[in-house]
Design a binder for this molecule. Structure first.
Ligand SMILES: [Zn+2]
Ligand SMILES: [Zn+2]
Length: 365
């Protein structure tokens, strides 16, 4: 029997309640992981939105690191005792997965958002024999244990701190993967980043590691802009007036930037990100879009707008690469982490939504 303490969400407008649950037995291609720490990602709060999730009650959480306790009979390359970073679910066999683009898996939505397509071990059971959804992003890591597909686990060296590694599986690979995989930022170029929460800051750190010469951070929170400067932004702009922001960026970069990244999903900000670039610039939109983007006749003018999911990352290569950059002192993403005890999950969520904590990490013990 796989028991766990889990933060169960029973309705969109209720706080998390820590409850004892029993997880379903793992399938042949799954593993059981004792969660050491888990990041709080903005998407976890999105689960609260009306009609977004189809399985209630639900255990959310989808950025974790921990220790493998059991492995299914068909699992290879992972052993009991291995330390792992967990990431999103994907099928491994569809055309996108076969092409090494698992973030575009044909079954991504079912496996990660809806939590319906489980390969065994779809649910947990709470007191009174009540079913609880436990496949959020294939993980549901706001719990002391989780059952995940083996392919969602990346084995890491045992000397690495699990509370630092935990957030790598979603927010950090989204920002860094966008810069390294999609935009392929070149040395000596310029990048504007709209919204420097954890995704934007990860993009900033990756742009710096890639050798970008000019990195401009735009945000509504002055404290985040300060952190962006400490982490390598060459200029910061307090957002709000989009026309003025685009004009300031064009002035700073002589004709506009080579790349821009929008993490906000706000249509006006996406248009501002396009307007701040020079011709042939590429703008990556990585946020959950909050409305329609209307492009007037001049909005693109030889520019590209691309939507990016999970940084188009293959986690099995990107996560080890980012860990190596971090060991080399070239990707100090640990600077944006703030630790909370697991039992303070409601406080961590509040701190995240109010912009006081850039990347909360819940530590299980
Ligand atoms: Zn697939
Ligand atoms: Zn996420």
């Amino acid at each position: 029997m796989i028991s766990a303490s889990a933060a169960v969400l029973r309705a969109g407008d209720r706080p998390y309640a820590i409850e004892e649950v029993i997880l379903d037995e793992p399938g042949a291609d799954q593993i059981v992981v004792q969660v050491a720490a888990t990041g709080f990602c903005h998407s976890d709060a999105v689960a609260r939105a009306p009609k977004f999730v189809q399985v209630w009650p639900l255990i959310t959480g989808h950025e974790a690191a921990g220790v493998v306790e059991r492995v299914g009979s068909e699992v290879s390359g992972i052993e009991v005792g291995d330390h792992v970073v967990l990431t999103f679910a994907y099928c491994g066999t569809c055309s996108q997965c076969a092409d090494n683009h698992p973030a575009y898996c044909e079954t991504f939505v079912q496996r990660n958002i809806l939590g319906l397509l489980a390969t065994g071990g779809a649910r947990a059971t709470a007191a009174g024999d009540e079913s609880v959804g436990a496949r959020w992003f294939g993980q549901s890591t706001f719990a002391t244990r989780t059952v995940v597909d083996a392919r969602s686990a990346v084995v890491v060296d045992r000397d690495l701190p699990l509370d630092v590694l935990a957030p790598l599986g979603c927010g950090i690979i989204t920002g860094a993967g966008t810069v390294l995989n999609v935009l392929d930022v070149r040395p000596g170029t310029s990048v504007a980043i709209f919204g420097v929460g954890s995704v934007g800051l990860a993009a900033l750190l990756a742009a710096k590691a890639a050798g970008a010469e000019s990195i401009i951070a735009v945000d509504l929170h002055p404290a985040r802009l300060e952190l962006a400067t400490e982490l390598g932004a060459t200029a910061t702009i307090l957002g709000g007036d989009n026309d003025s922001v685009a004009e300031q960026i064009r002035k700073l970069t002589n004709q506009g930037t080579h790349y821009s990244i929008d993490t906000t999903g706000v249509p006006e900000v996406i248009l501002c990100a396009l307007g701040s670039m020079r011709a042939r610039g590429v703008c990556a939109s990585v946020g959950i879009q909050t409305g329609d983007v209307v492009l007037d006749g001049h909005a693109l003018s030889g520019k590209q707008l691309v939507s990016v999911i999970e940084g188009d990352a293959d986690p099995r290569t990107l996560i080890p690469h980012l860990i190596q950059l971090w060991r080399d002192g070239r990707f100090p993403f640990d600077r944006m982490l703030e630790r909370f005890p697991f039992t303070a999950i409601n406080e961590a969520e509040k701190a995240s939504l109010e912009g006081r904590a850039v990347k909360p990490v819940l530590v299980m013990s």
